[in-house]
Design a protein around this ligand. Sequence first.
Ligand code: MAN
Length: 365
Amino acid sequence: MFVVKENTRSPTPRRILTRCLLRPADVQPQFERFEVIGTFNPAAIEFDDGVVLLVRVAERPTETREGYVALPYWNCQLSGVAIDWRRNDEVEPIDPRMVRIKSSGQIRLTFVSWLLVALSRDGLSIDSFGDEAFLPAGRHETFGVEDARLTRIDDRFYFTYVAVSEHGVATSLASTADFKSFERHGIIFCPENKDVVLFPEKIDGQYVALHRPSMQAPFSRPEIWIARSPDLTHWGSHRRLLGAEVVWATAKIGGGTPPIRTDRGWLTLFHGHSRPDAAGGVGEYAAAALLLDLDQPERVIGFSLQPVMVAEKEFERSGFLPDIVFPTGLIRRGEHVLVYYGAADTATGVARYSLSDLSESVTPN
Ligand code: MAN
């Protein structure tokens, strides 16, 4: 387990409050004869005097067949879910999330995800759900839509989300004005790339995003990159931002929350993943703070050398995958921030921190 070490140069911020906001039992399945196994990794933004969340809902079939594994997918022709039943000896289990089809080497998920609109007046409890579900659509989303991140740009809410299919793990963009109807803008980062967060303002006349290419060639480990765009859909000026210098993230690192403007710079939380101790395990996910220069966000002001958030509450330590906190939304409330996050790939949580504690946890580069 990660132990948050007290660092003499940069104090570790304390969580002032933690709440579990949403659990699978709170949400009705969208698909017939499916059950909800996850309500997690929520995008969050201020909306209508409250907070709106776009929560990833993962569902799996309720039916089981002796000697078979159920691999659900979105069938574009039928505009609905379907199930591939594979014999146990045809697949190699990897972890609870996925199996490998032995004949093709292809990875398949054991669930399919969609996005649920959830509304909260106080930001600390859910009052209602929106009527419109954001469901998979098209051949790049057949294994689901996952892990949205919301950014308000002018009067529109843009969200990036992960589009998973046999063509890979890509990141797409969509937008809405009211969370009742959505416009899709297509893939903005081709496979393999996820954890894309948009900045809320143009910088030097350009949009800015953090992204996380997952290099398949073993030359490097996954790293957070930064890119610019004239129009939110065409991205270039790619630069590497952060990676191996985050020593506790031994397996992976990725952007977490869309950045917010603070006096010290753009503040964002990113996640890091430690290598699992045992085969079949997934390892732990924790989060830390990163500050980027306001005028030139390619310049890292600093980051917290130790995680500022680790799985510690029961709902973070146990679930579909244990020991995961995965921040995906950050909302400023005066001198505090609310961090919205996925817990144990199962539930949605919110934690409150003091803004100055978080930025003081950052050690200058
Ligand atoms: C990882 C995890 C899963 C997710 C897949 C595809 O394996 O984040 O939860 O379904 O990637 O994005």
